[in-house]
Design a protein around this ligand. Sequence first.
Ligand SMILES: [Zn+2]
Length: 160
Amino acid sequence: MIRSEVDRFWSHVVKGPEPEDCWFWTGAISDDGYGRFWIRRQAGQQAVRPQRYAYELATGEPLPMSTLLLHACDIPICVHATADLDVSHVAPGTHRENMLDRAQRGRYRNRQTLRLGDLPRQVRVQRSLDLRTVILDHGWQPELISAALLGVELTHPRLF
Ligand SMILES: [Zn+2]
């Protein structure tokens, strides 16, 4: 990995204060609600998934194209990847059972009932965009983050 590229990657990520918190991607978001990170390779410019990039950084190994990464936290723009899959929010699809288990045990505060991945695409995209806006405008504010994830109108006065 190229140092400046890695720095640029992390400059787009906002990490929550607690060890189990999400790390949100605040760069470009695709029309499927997932992030997009542009890198330059010999073949030219290419867009990669931030969660895959983060996972490769964490493990130090390239991830085969055929390997699907899943989110235990079910938040498409989360890039909290660690080599320890008991802690990581993203892991290869082969660990699906473990991840569902963890999600059901409610290890992820304020998102046990959320299934963002199951929402219609347009809704999912809007949630990702709203979440990014909240993070960029206000930093890590749990109430605003929850509201964005739940699709609550963010201009509602009671939130402030
Ligand atoms: Zn997460």
